[in-house]
Structure formats: structure tokens, C-alpha cells
Design a protein around this ligand. Structure first.
Ligand SMILES: Nc1nc2c(ncn2[C@@H]2O[C@H](COP(=O)(O)OP(=O)(O)OP(=O)(O)O)[C@@H](O)[C@H]2O)c(=O)[nH]1
Length: 888
């Protein structure tokens, strides 16, 4: 080895001596310079010396032009021209970061990378892209190349050395072979140094972008770098070009992510708008490949870097496109519009009301901002002939104004200020404050109309804080996700709602107030008399039947013939002492005026209620409770404690509240706010000093009694994130009167209600969650009454005979879930999320809400691969992985 190297050195020395002028000293080892810059001064050589023309670098413009199409003439028989990328074209900056932060390197800290990226940005000041390539279509890529580089003509042989860093830094050209879709799919080991940056430079919505998305959507599970096709392996997508990378490649392809999740070659480019809502939200995959600190910095950079912000041309306010300084004003004001997306908006600078063009107000932002054009009368497409600050208001607003007792006959022109005070135009006389009353604020919230913050001085306080914070950080707060809970009467929606309210885990400053607890107490006491009256009425009926039966057994006639027969005791005959009370109670029930007597008389009659309940005849009647219409099984729970419940000191326990009927019935709608701690499942990335903002939710419960004019109501809820529809599994053998009094199977009635909601235009793009409730009652029942009792489930045939009713119930449950899924799919083409609950069981309800929260998160991150795989594979597939909630 040593002698070989000596020989080698000697050859080099001899060569150098030939090249240097005679007598010139040889440079020592450290100063040897093998570059082309060493001037040749030796004798003429008998072969062609390779020539490289000097590069022209235009001052300030940073333009080094160089892309060429590798000619195949020299050494390729192939007729296909091989495009070759060289740095640098005026349109694309040179990215030193590619070398530093790009491929084949260990990930650096985001701080380090941010430094390097800012150097690149300031040096080259334009959109990125040193290499043009495509991973989806040769044709498209070539078109792009021709358009941009038609005058770049340095032919480079295909055999030129392939080096990634070289191309970027202009020292050595890179040969990039364009691949067709087929190529890339077939070959998993290809270099993968491809970029869709040309796509990303296209304006959003351009045909080019859609070609790209159509192509990528077909193969989103394929890693754009290594070609890994494992569908179960999560992929991270570039926010600009949507290229997907597996966990092995993501850092190599995205470098240290100074602008968040973008391929290195997409850095500096605007994100695709569909990704805006996911900015700053870490994915599971990223949380595995980066350290917590890195994730924090990457997510922050992703949300806050300049390239990822909205551009002024994307916003039109009051009919006019914003200017840069106007965008800065709106984003930097104390109360900016949250989660602003590109689009057309109206803004009322006097009241601060803000909405989408042609729609009702959506937000209240800082007033007096000088942005956009003049507010138009038809800005919100109102048709009420009532005008607020020149804008014709919408019907919903008018309804709320009326509820707030604001006199607003037709052709009224109001002037409303940002504190809610209002006056009629031209009268100079403040008439009141629109949002002054708590009830108005509540109604606004219910109708999804914005209200100003409670404490205007608080606004100022916060405003200072907010304005010093970055906009995205501010926007994270105040986000309320509305969940609409719906169900047929008796399906358990109220119980679900109450469980959610009572679940300390979910509570968001909203406990039952003393007055509410008092109302619940009165409701429970009244209910006791209702249950007793149902029993007493049933008892009378059973007694009569029993007499008839015994008479027919005794003799000929069809009914009691003598007075003795009429008074003949049966097991349903009540103690004479209670007869008078029983008649009186039934009379009151018949008048429907129960509330007039009870619970005022509760204490007085409590001993009587207790005795009657324990009476033998009443207990016999209770044994036949299934035959009593509208007799809930919770009746026993309360009647057993009649004396305790009737006392002055009685305070309903949580369980009592859960079991109490009618608590949410007052106006058919109830709602409560709560929040989830969204730290899971990557809680390790947050420390206690910097907890993430809690996501706020509002659960709105509508029971079927409040749905008489449901179509009108529903329009108020078009902005809900999820519709939760509750069906009682145990309803499959129940009958229910429809509007004409005709009895129908209750499951079918539920199904029809479900259908009408799914078809309702205001829920067109809203995901639905079906909660199949009362699983416990279903298990008890399934062995006694076949599922086919309901004609919709006529073809249910368990795969094998089941002695184990748990297994049978489970099969039946899956079957029902699939029937609903099929139905939903046939209407919407979408997948229905299905969960199972036992609403009386807190844990089950907690699980259901976790599941719903996951759905919302996954809807937000719809591009997540695992999620999509399921959608593509089968609409029956397991879509969620919530541990304790069963679903198919
Ligand atoms: N066995 C069982 N009973 C339940 C379940 N969920 C609710 N219930 C009971 O079913 C009855 C009706 O439930 P509610 O929640 O009142 O039903 P709702 O009709 O939607 O609500 P309201 O009419 O407002 O009371 C009540 O007696 C509940 O206690 C459940 O999962 N299992």
C-alpha cells in the first residue's frame, strides 16, 4: 500500500512539473489547488480541454441562468431529452440550505436552520427552486421546463456526476431524470430528489394545481422520496406541493423546517389554502421524529413565518381588495377576525361587526379600522328592510333584536356603536344597549351571532396583550367548536347532555346554579306524581280486565253483572283508604294541570305517595310496567325514595339529576360550554409553564319536543362542527305515534328523523356522529324480542346461534350501525361515525365525547394518510381508535 501511494505521488509531481513554468516551485501539500483556476502554462496538449464559460452574475438581480436540457445525442440512443437542472434562474433563488439543511444530514435544530434560511431569503429575495422536477407527469414537467428555461442551453452529458449539493451551489451540475408516475411507482429505490415546486408556484386553484392534487390524491400513501408504499405508515405532507414523506424521509426532504412542513424546495412559497387550518398543529408522525423542543419551534415557525401568512390580495373587504398596510392593520388590531381565511367579507367599522359577504355577522372585531371599501346595504344579503349602520340586517339578527325588545318596524335605520349602544339614525338619542342583557347575549350565542366581550375594559386590557402577541397565537384562543346533540324523545339525549354537564372533567365554568338545582328538584318531585298516576291508571285498567276475566271464568256473561261482581277484589284492587286520593290524582292528570298542584302539595302527600307505591295492587301493576305507555324505568328509583325526595331538605344528587326526566325540556334547547385539554396524545411536548390553549366546545342539545318548527331552528346551527344524533338501540321493538296518531316502529321514526337531518342543506358539509345509546337495555332485550321485530332489520341473521346474549347484542349492534352507515353513505357519499353509549354511565359518555373530539381533530387534519386510507378502503372500516368506545 505504501509503495503504491509513493508511486502515485510521484506521478502527480511529474504532472505538475510539466504544467508549471520551468523553475517554478512546487506548492506544498496544503496549498495545492486542484481547481480549474490554476492557470495552465505547459506545452500544448494533443486533446480537447474541457471549457466552462464564465458565469454572468447580474448585480443585484442574482441571476445565474442555467438550466439545460441534457442532449442525448452524445451518448444516448434514447430520443427523450433529459432535462438537467443547474443553478440558478432569476425566478428561483439558490438554496444553500439544501446542502446544509436538506439531504443526507442529521436534522439540525430549528434555530440553526432558521438562521440559514433567513440568509437565503435575504440573499436571493425571490421564490425558491433550483431544481425542476416532477414526480407525477413527464409531460407536465417538460412543459414547465420549456416555459421557464427555454434559453438555457448548456449541454451537459448525462454522465455528468450526480451530486445534490453541487447543483445547488453552482459548482457541479445535477442530472435530474424526470419520472413518470409509473416509473416512480415501480421503482422504490430511486433517488427521490424530485420537487413539485413548479406546482406550488402556481396560483391556488389553477388547473395545474388541480392536476397535481388529483395525481397525488391517488397515491398519497406513497412516499415521494423513497417510494415507500406502505399504506399503514403515516406520511407527512408538504404544505405547498403536497408531496408526502414517510418518517424515514421527512427530515431529509424537509430539512429543519424553518417555515414548517414544506419540502426544502418549497420554502418561501405560500402554503396551499386547504392547509391553513392545520398550521401549527403537530401530527403524530412529526411528534415521533422530532424532539419536543424542535416541534415547538417548528410549529411556531410554521404559524408565524411571513411566507405562511395570508396575502392582502386574498382578502376582499366591502368589495375591495386589501392593501398590505390594511392587512397589517386588521391582523395587528386588538381584536382581529379569528382564523381568517381568504375570501370576501363585509366589515362595519362603527359596530365592529364582521361577516362573510352575503351572510349574517360572524364576529365582532376591533372597530374603526380603515380597511376595504364602504359597507354596502346588501353586504349581508338581508331582506328585512331594517338597517344597521347602513346594512340591511338578516332575519336572524332581526329576531334577536326583537327578543332584546328593540323596536324595529320596517324601514328603521339604526346606528349601532361598538359598545352595543344604539340610536335611530338622525335622532341623537341613545335608546339602549343591544347586548346589555344577559338573555340577549345568550340568545345571540344560541343563534350563532357574535357578541362583544363582557367587559369592555377587559377588552382593552387583553387588547394590549393581544397586540403584543403574534396574531396566530392570539387566534388560537377563543375558538369554540359547536356540537349539536339531537335525538328522538326518550332516546337519551337529555341524559347524555346532563352527563356531559356533570362530568367534572368536561366542565368549563358551567355548573348548575342554585336556581337550576331548585328547578331540577321541583321537576323530580312533580315527576313522582306523574309516575304514580300512570301506575294508578294502569291499575284501574288491569283491575277491570281481571274482573272481566274472572267473571268469564265463573260463568257465561262477558262482564260483571251484579254489584257484587263489580266490587269483587282482584290482585289489582287498591286499599280503600287510597281510593279517594287516587281518583283525585287521576282527575288532575286528566286536566293536564299537574303543575298547579304539585310540587306545592308535595310534602303534604308524601306519606300517601309512599304508602300507595308500596301497596300490593300497585306493585302488581308495576310488574306489568312494559304495558304502561310512557312509564320510564327510572320511576322506581324515585318512588322508592318518595319521603326523602318530598322533604324540604332534599338536594338532588348527580345520579338523581342524570335520572331526572325533563330537565332540559323547558324550551327544547339547552346548551353548555366546556373544554378539553388538548395536550394528549403528545402531552410530553408541553411543559406546565406553557400549556396549550384549551379548545372550547359548546354542546347544544335539542330534544324532539323542541323540534316542532325544527327547520327554522336548524338554520341557526349551520356552523356546528359535528351533529351528534342519538338513537336508543332498545327502540327497535317500540311503537311510537306519528303526527296523525298512527303507531309506527320507533326505530323507523328515528331513522326518518335522522334522514331528514342528514338531508338538511345547512348540514351539507357537517360530519355526523351516530350514538347508539341504551346499549345496556338493548342487551337485556335482544334475547327476548328478535331484532327483526323492526322491519328495517328484517334480514338480520346472526352467523351462529347465540346462547350468549352479550355476543348476540354485539352482532346486532354492528348490524344496526352498518344499516345506518349505508343509509348515510347513500345520501352523502360520506362516512358516518358510529359510537355506542350507555348514557347513564358517566365513563361511557366521557368516551363518546373523546371520540367526538378526535373526529373534529381528524376533520381538521383531513389529509392525514391513515385516515384517508380508511376512507378509500372501505366505508365500514375502523375509522377511530378510541379505546373503549365500540364501533365497527
Ligand atoms: N337503560 C338506559 N336508560 C337510559 C339510557 N340513557 C337514557 N336512559 C333513560 O331513558 C329515559 C329517557 O332518557 P332522556 O335522556 O330523558 O331522553 P330524552 O327524551 O332524549 O330527553 P328528555 O325528553 O329531555 O328527558 C330516561 O329515563 C333515562 O334515564 C341508557 O343508556 N340506558
Amino acid at each position: 500500500m505504501a509503495s503504491e501511494s509513493i508511486e502515485e505521488d510521484k506521478k502527480w509531481e511529474a504532472m505538475l512539473r510539466r504544467m508549471l513554468p520551468t523553475g517554478a516551485p512546487l506548492p506544498d501539500e496544503d496549498h495545492l489547488d486542484y481547481s480549474f483556476a490554476v492557470e495552465y502554462a505547459g506545452p500544448p496538449v494533443p486533446y480537447d480541454v474541457p471549457r466552462v464559460d464564465p458565469l454572468e452574475i447580474a448585480c443585484g438581480g442574482g441571476s445565474i441562468r442555467t438550466l439545460s436540457i441534457a442532449s442525448s445525442a452524445s451518448d444516448h440512443a434514447s430520443a427523450v431529452a433529459v432535462p438537467v437542472a443547474m443553478p440558478v434562474h432569476h425566478r428561483f433563488p439558490m438554496f444553500s440550505r439544501v446542502r446544509n439543511g436538506g439531504f443526507n444530514r442529521e436534522p439540525r435544530s430549528p434555530v440553526e436552520s432558521q438562521r440559514s434560511s433567513s440568509v437565503s431569503r435575504t440573499q436571493f429575495d425571490s421564490r425558491s427552486g433550483e431544481v425542476v422536477r416532477s414526480d407525477f407527469s413527464l409531460e407536465v414537467a417538460e412543459r414547465e421546463v420549456t416555459a421557464d428555461f427555454s434559453d438555457s442551453v448548456t449541454p451537459i452529458p448525462k454522465s455528468a456526476p450526480l451530486g445534490r449539493g453541487g447543483a445547488v451551489e453552482g459548482k457541479r451540475p445535477i442530472t435530474v431524470t424526470f419520472r413518470t408516475l409509473k416509473d416512480s411507482e415501480d421503482d422504490h429505490d430511486y433517488d427521490g430528489y424530485l420537487s413539485s415546486q413548479s406546482v406550488a408556484t402556481e396560483p391556488v386553484g389553477s388547473p395545474f394545481a388541480s392536476v397535481h392534487s388529483a395525481n397525488t390524491s391517488k397515491k398519497r400513501w406513497i412516499c415521494s422520496r423513497c417510494g415507500n408504499r406502505n399504506r399503514l405508515k403515516e406520511k407527512e405532507a408538504c404544505f405547498v406541493c403536497d408531496s408526502r414523506y414517510c418518517s424515514n424521509c421527512v427530515l431529509k426532504a424537509m430539512g429543519s423546517m424553518p417555515e414548517g412542513r414544506k419540502c426544502v424546495s418549497c420554502i418561501g412559497m405560500p402554503i396551499h389554502e386547504s392547509r391553513r387550518s392545520t398550521l401549527g398543529k403537530c401530527s403524530r408522525m412529526l411528534s415521533r421524529v422530532c424532539s419536543p423542543l424542535e416541534i415547538k419551534q417548528i410549529m411556531r415557525a410554521e404559524k408565524e413565518c411571513a411566507a405562511n401568512q395570508l396575502r392582502p390580495e386574498q382578502l376582499i373587504v366591502n368589495g375591495r381588495q386589501l392593501r398590505q398596510e390594511e392587512l397589517a392593520e386588521i391582523l395587528g388590531c386588538p381584536i382581529p377576525p379569528q382564523k381568517l381565511k381568504p375570501g370576501r367579507y363585509w366589515y362595519d367599522k362603527d359596530s365592529g361587526l364582521w361577516g362573510k359577504e352575503g351572510e349574517k355577522p360572524d364576529k365582532i372585531v376591533s372597530s374603526k379600522l380603515n380597511i376595504g371599501g364602504k359597507l354596502q346595504t346588501e353586504a349581508s344579503n338581508g331582506s328585512t328592510r331594517v338597517y344597521m349602520n347602513g346594512r340591511e340586517i338578516t332575519k336572524v339578527e332581526l329576531r334577536v333584536l326583537k327578543l332584546a325588545n328593540v323596536q324595529c318596524p320596517r324601514d328603521t335605520h339604526f346606528w349601532v356603536y361598538d359598545d352595543g349602544s344604539y340610536e335611530e339614525e338622525g335622532q341623537n338619542n341613545i335608546k339602549g344597549n343591544i347586548w346589555g342583557k344577559a338573555s340577549t347575549r345568550l340568545v345571540c350565542s344560541l343563534f350563532s351571532l357574535p357578541v362583544p366581550p363582557n367587559n369592555p375594559s377587559g377588552v382593552e386590557e387583553n387588547a394590549t396583550n393581544h397586540s403584543t402577541r403574534s396574531v396566530p397565537e392570539y387566534l388560537e384562543h377563543g375558538r369554540v367548536q359547536k356540537l349539536l346533540l339531537f335525538g328522538m324523545e326518550g332516546s337519551g339525549t337529555a341524559t347524555l347532555f346532563k352527563q356531559a354537564c356533570l362530568s367534572a372533567k368536561f366542565l368549563y365554568g358551567n355548573k348548575f346554579s342554585t336556581e337550576e338545582v331548585q328547578d331540577i328538584k321541583l321537576m323530580i318531585q312533580s315527576n313522582m306524581y306523574k309516575y304514580l298516576s300512570i301506575l294508578l291508571e294502569g291499575r284501574e285498567q288491569f283491575e277491570e280486565e281481571a274482573r272481566k276475566q274472572s267473571t268469564s271464568l265463573d260463568g257465561e256473561g262477558s262482564g260483571p253483572e251484579t254489584e257484587a261482581d263489580e266490587n269483587k277484589p282482584t290482585i289489582y284492587s287498591i286499599n280503600q283508604r287510597f281510593k279517594h286520593f287516587s281518583n283525585w290524582l287521576l282527575e288532575i292528570m286528566a286536566t293536564g294541570d299537574l303543575e298547579a298542584f304539585f310540587p306545592a302539595a308535595t310534602r303534604e302527600y308524601a306519606p300517601m305517595v309512599d304508602e300507595i307505591w308500596r301497596d300490593h295492587a300497585v306493585q302488581e301493576t308495576y310488574k306489568r310496567k312494559e304495558e304502561l305507555h310512557n312509564f320510564p324505568d327510572v320511576a322506581k328509583y324515585f318512588l322508592d325514595r318518595a319521603i326523602e325526595i318530598s322533604s324540604n331538605e332534599y338536594e338532588p344528587s348527580e345520579k338523581d339529576i342524570i335520572f331526572a326526566e325533563g330537565v332540559t325540556q323547558c324550551n327544547g334547547v339547552a346548551f353548555m360550554d366546556f373544554s378539553f385539554d388538548d395536550r394528549s396524545p403528545m402531552s410530553e411536548i408541553y411543559n406546565n409553564d406553557n400549556p396549550p390553549p384549551l379548545t372550547k366546545y359548546q354542546l347544544i342539545c335539542i330534544n324532539s319536543k323542541g323540534l316542532h318548527d325544527r327547520c327554522k331552528w336548524l338554520e341557526m346551527f349551520e356552523d356546528v362542527r359535528v351533529v351528534i344524533f342519538c338513537v336508543a338501540l332498545s327502540d327497535y321493538d317500540q311503537m311510537w305515534p306519528n303526527s296523525t296518531g298512527e303507531l309506527r316502529n320507533k326505530m323507523l321514526v328515528s331513522r326518518d328523523l335522522f334522514k331528514s337531518l342528514v338531508r338538511h342543506p345547512c348540514f351539507k358539509d357537517t360530519p355526523f356522529v351516530l350514538l347508539l345509546n341504551k346499549y345496556d337495555a338493548f342487551e337485556d332485550k335482544i334475547n327476548k324480542a328478535p331484532l327483526s321485530t323492526c322491519e328495517w332489520f328484517g334480514d338480520f341473521s346472526p352467523v351462529r346461534p347465540h346462547h350468549n346474549y352479550h355476543a348476540l347484542a354485539q352482532q346486532a349492534y354492528y348490524y344496526i350501525a352498518v344499516r345506518f352507515k349505508e343509509l348515510y353513505y347513500s345520501i352523502t357519499g360520506q362516512k358516518l361515525f358510529v359510537g355506542q353509549t350507555r348514557a347513564r354511565d358517566r365513563a361511557s359518555v366521557d368516551e363518546a365525547f373523546k371520540y367526538i373530539r378526535e373526529i373534529i381533530k381528524w376533520e381538521d387534519e383531513k389529509d392525514d394518510d391513515v385516515y384517508e386510507i380508511n376512507q378509500e378502503d372501505s366505508f365500514y372500516s375502523t375509522e377511530m381508535s378510541s379505546p373503549n368506545i365500540r364501533q365497527e
